[in-house]
Design a protein around this ligand. Sequence first.
Ligand code: NAI
Length: 331
Amino acid sequence: MHNITLIPGDGIGPEITEAMLVAVEATGVRINWEQVEAGADVIDKYNTPLPENVLESIRKNKTAIKGPLTTPIGTGFRSVNVALRKELDLYACLRPAKSIKGVKSRFEDIDIVIVRENTEDLYAGIERQIDADTAESVKRITRGASGRIARFAFDYAVKEGRQKVTAVTKANICKFSDGLFLEACREIAQNYPQVEYNERLIDNMCMQLVQKPESYDVLVLPNMYGDIISDLSAGLVGGLGVAPGGNIGDGIALFEPVHGSAPKYKGLYKANPTALILSAVMMLKHIGEAEASIRLYKAVEEVIREGGATTCDLGGNASTRQMAEAIAEKL
Ligand code: NAI
């Protein structure tokens, strides 16, 4: 029996969470879900969008999965998603972008893994208003966090039998901050002669990814570029509805889709549950249930390839739950 923390989230979160539970249950893996609440909807109850019992539960269970949480734009409270990653030191954001047969996209053979640094850069939230017309944000990069994420990317490449790691920065312009990130990557790369190491500037990387994405393998990036390239890569394989992710630290992990709470779909039960179900695929592998993880992935793939029982973004007319039930049936 595995103890896992479950945060349904808000917006489409509860709908896709319900669907994910249907699919995971069908694998037969025994999980004791500890459900906790976070986000804007719980502020009145707990006086904070991130109650202490959420952090306690994840620290205790060591594994968690969550639906998306809304962050107010421009004003209001800071992102709970970013706070969770920082508080729990989930320093590596792992986001695979892999083509799935049957998902309409411009490319067919994409298999990229994004390794995004998750704790610093512009996401540290060091910002200030200097006067009414001027504001500034500090882009803080450290050698320690950069080396740690580079090591994670290379270890991942070795463990998963991948050939190449590409470090992506804007070190020609941000000479100190991105320069330090790049220096750390170069240093770590020397310890992994079996893995090909390359470097790209972020602007050029964007162009290359839309022109020849099949030539890329593992990408390692500072936080902000990693965030942007994650959505770009999700677009390459068919959109946010199919893009999973995991936030990983030492001995602790929180899985979640790349997408957000998609407020326009809330309550319509037509959001695609695939990204969260594929996040559960990553979670099952992480907790040592590799066989169930592969079975669940294949079931998702089969339902999508066959068509019919998919949500509208994939061309079908199934509801969120109906798609999950079709996946469960395959299992
Ligand atoms: P979003 O990812 O929620 O939605 C953008 C668009 O992508 C949607 O309008 C929809 O067309 C499509 N989409 C997303 N998920 C889908 C799904 N499961 N099925 C089908 N289509 C899907 O991004 P947006 O609108 O920028 O952000 C909405 C809220 O979510 C914001 O408050 C943002 O801060 C939050 N957010 C939370 C994240 C998290 O919890 N980790 C990550 C990203 C955004």
